[in-house]
Ligand binder design. Structure first.
Ligand code: ZN
Length: 125
């Protein structure tokens, strides 16, 4: 069993956050320790959608090169290597408190990001 001193010594060597990097929970808008739990999470999420033009272009090139795994390999070498998915939004360094994270409600996190993404889009215009 680790003594308190040993635990403190181990914590010293871990990557950290400064006070000014702490923000309220992205989901419940409360402080990271509001529940008394000292653990919290930093999330980064990206959302993508399939770009059908890129898929069609890739598929067409594969067919032109004879199809199958050989066609796919040749298309990879000869083709333009288009994006087959496009990033819709990203959210970096989102802090989430332990109770929100443990609620297991990923849909809540996604709703937050989508709402923020809409907000950002409005602010750009
Ligand atoms: Zn929270």
């Amino acid at each position: 069993m680790n003594t308190k001193t040993e635990i403190m010594e181990e914590l010293k060597n871990l990557p950290g956050l400064k006070k000014q990097e702490l923000k309220k929970c992205a989901l419940c808008d409360q402080g990271m320790m509001h529940s008394g739990d000292i653990q919290f999470y930093r999330l980064s999420l990206e959302s993508f959608v399939i770009d059908h033009r890129g898929v069609q272009e890739t598929s067409g090139m594969e067919q032109m090169m004879g199809g199958g795994s050989f066609g796919a390999m040749m298309a990879g070498v000869m083709g333009t290597n288009p994006d087959i998915a496009k990033q819709m939004f990203q959210e970096k360094n989102m802090l989430v408190c332990s109770p929100c994270m443990m609620s297991g409600r990923l849909s809540t996190i996604l709703s937050y990001i989508e709402a923020k993404s809409d907000e950002d889009a409005k602010n750009e215009h």
